[in-house]
Design a protein around this ligand. Structure first.
Ligand SMILES: [Zn+2]
Length: 256
C-alpha cells in the first residue's frame, strides 16, 4: 500500500516504517464557514494538502486529519462545528499518546485553522513533551509564510481572504465559487492588531466573538475578512510551495 497516510497502511507496514523513522504529521483543521464561496472544510483541506506534499518529499507518515477545531465565533453561519478547547486538547493528546506508545517520537502538529487553534495546540504539545518523552512542534501557515505573504502583496491576515482562497484555487479550484465572493477589508486597529506578517502584530490574541461576526454578516451578507476577489491560483501555488518547503525543513530537522 503506497501513499503517506497512516490510515491507508496495515499495522505491518507501520511496524516496518518505525524501524527506520519515528516522525509523523498530524493535520488539524476546522469545519467552519469560509464565506458563501468556499467550503466549510477549507482549513482541513489545506492542512491535508500541505502535509501530503511535504510527506511525499520526506517519506514521513501523516496521521488521519482532525476535521474539527475551536470555532465558536463562526457558529453565526450554518454548517460550522465547534469543539471545546478542552476536548481538542484531550483529543490531540490521546492521538499523540497512542502513537507514542507504538514508537513515534517526533510529531508535527500542522494547524490549518490559522492562529485560532494555536493556544490549545501549544498547551497539548507542552504536556505531551513533559509526560510522554516525545518532541512536538507546531507548524502554523500564518507564522510560516511571512516572507511570501508580504512579497505577494497580501494581507492583513483575515478569514477566507486572498491567502486562503488563493491556496484553495491552486489545490481545490472545483470547491471555490469566486463569483459569490465579496471583499470585506479590515478596519485599521491602533492597539490590538493581529497579523504575524506585520510588525504591528501585538501577539496578544483574543479571537473574534460570534457577536462580532454576526455584525459583519448583518452589514455585508457574509462573515469573512479580507479580499478574496484578489485571490489567484498562481499566487496560491507560490504560497503552497513556500509552505511545503518550510514543512520539509521542519521534518528534516526532526530526523532522529
Ligand atoms: Zn480558514
Amino acid at each position: 500500500m503506497g501513499g503517506v497516510w497512516l490510515q491507508e497502511k496495515s499495522w505491518d507496514e507501520v511496524a516496518e516504517y518505525l524501524r527506520n523513522d519515528d516522525r509523523i504529521v498530524l493535520p488539524v483543521g476546522s469545519t467552519e464557514q469560509h464565506g458563501a464561496f468556499a467550503p466549510l472544510g477549507t482549513d482541513s483541506f489545506l492542512a491535508q494538502t500541505l502535509a501530503e506534499d511535504a510527506a511525499q518529499h520526506t517519506g514521513v507518515l501523516v496521521a488521519p486529519p482532525i476535521w474539527f477545531g475551536w470555532s465558536p465565533h463562526h457558529m453565526v453561519l450554518p454548517g460550522t462545528v465547534t469543539i471545546r478547547a478542552e476536548v481538542l486538547m484531550e483529543f490531540l493528546f490521546d492521538v499523540i499518546r497512542s502513537l507514542a506508545e507504538h514508537g513515534f517520537r517526533n510529531f508535527v502538529l500542522l494547524n490549518g485553522h490559522r492562529i485560532v487553534n494555536v493556544p490549545w495546540m501549544q498547551i497539548t504539545a507542552e504536556r505531551a513533551q513533559r509526560e510522554l518523552s516525545v518532541r512536538v512542534v507546531l507548524f502554523d501557515p500564518a507564522y510560516m509564510s511571512k516572507e511570501i505573504v508580504r512579497s505577494l502583496g497580501w494581507g492583513p491576515l483575515g478569514h477566507a481572504e486572498e491567502i486562503e482562497i488563493s491556496h484553495m484555487l491552486y489545490r481545490f479550484p472545483e470547491m471555490v465559487d469566486l463569483k459569490k465572493a465579496k471583499d470585506h477589508p479590515h478596519h485599521e486597529r491602533s492597539l490590538y492588531y493581529i497579523d504575524p506578517c506585520d510588525t504591528r502584530d501585538t501577539l496578544c490574541y483574543v479571537p473574534s466573538t460570534k457577536k462580532d461576526l454576526r455584525a459583519v454578516y448583518e452589514t455585508t451578507g457574509d462573515a469573512i475578512g479580507g479580499h478574496p476577489t484578489r485571490a489567484s491560483a498562481e499566487a496560491g501555488r507560490r504560497y503552497h510551495e513556500h509552505l511545503v518547503g518550510r514543512l520539509v525543513g521542519v521534518l528534516e530537522s526532526l530526523r532522529s
